[in-house]
Design a protein around this ligand. Structure first.
Ligand code: ATP
Ligand code: MG
Length: 221
């Protein structure tokens, strides 16, 4: 069994998430990926984040009919803010010990991992897949991986080194961090929220059913 855990705010889910997940399934030969929307602490939630119910519903609409991608509401069922370490423990407890479970995220998310609860324990516990993501301040994916290498050296103070043959960062006692050149789409939820506000069409960026849901519920206006 080979499983991927792909968390995020998904405010809203978009074609960039879906494309990246589909590519990772193929490249890493996964049985399936769970999309896991995060619960946010009420006092810290920006007004632009819509309710968990709406975010969950949009994910369901987006993945209906796509095989290999499912949604998990495990973080929404827990009380309090979502910590990835708890989610990883949950899934490790659910699957047999020989299941291979990866944590999947975009480069932008990984470059903040040192601010996450128990991040070193997380790196000890679960192999990760870091996906390329277009960024206005990076000209190429290669430049992104160089930034990642520097980040490992400066912020993750265990001796990860890059293994070209395995295309991942490795370190004794820690799990590998794979890098993955998905053909990432230059889409973000932030851009979609801005376009809705400016009354522009978002049909290119989200599945039709999601665009209709946003319109029908009057989200992000
Ligand atoms: P926001 O602009 O609100 O931050 P987002 O588009 O970054 O939204 P998130 O819900 O924050 O979406 O991201 C969840 C995960 O998906 C993160 O790991 C992020 O790096 C990854 N991700 C988001 N968009 C893409 C994309 N276009 N290609 C690859 N990965 C992506
Ligand atoms: Mg984001």
């Amino acid at each position: 069994m080979r499983i991927g855990l792909f968390g995020g705010t998904f405010n809203p889910i978009h074609r960039g998430h879906l494309r990246a997940a589909s590519e990772v399934i193929k490249i890493f030969n996964l049985d399936h990926i769970f999309l896991i929307p995060a619960a946010l602490p009420p006092h810290k939630t920006p007004v632009t984040v819509v309710s968990a119910d709406d975010r969950l519903e949009m994910i369901k609409l987006a993945i209906s009919g796509i095989s290999g991608i499912t949604v998990s509401d495990v973080e929404l069922q827990r009380s309090g803010p979502s910590y990835t370490i708890d989610t990883v423990c949950h899934f490790k407890g659910t699957y047999p010990a020989d299941a291979l479970i990866y944590l999947i995220m975009g480069l932008d998310a990984f470059l903040e991992i040192d601010s996450w609860k128990s991040y070193l324990e997380l790196l000890e516990q679960i192999p990760m897949i870091v996906m390329a993501r277009p960024h206005e301040r990076r000209q190429s994916t290669q430049q992104g991986w160089k930034i990642l290498e520097d980040y490992f050296k400066s912020k993750i103070s265990v001796d990860y080194r890059f293994s070209g043959s395995q295309n991942c960062f490795i370190s004794a006692g820690m799990q590998p961090v794979h890098i993955c050149d998905v053909k990432a789409l230059n889409i973000s939820s932030t851009k979609i929220r801005q376009e809705v506000k400016q009354k522009q069409t978002i049909e290119n960026w989200v599945p039709t059913e999601v665009a209709e849901y946003i319109k029908h519920k009057g989200l992000y206006k």
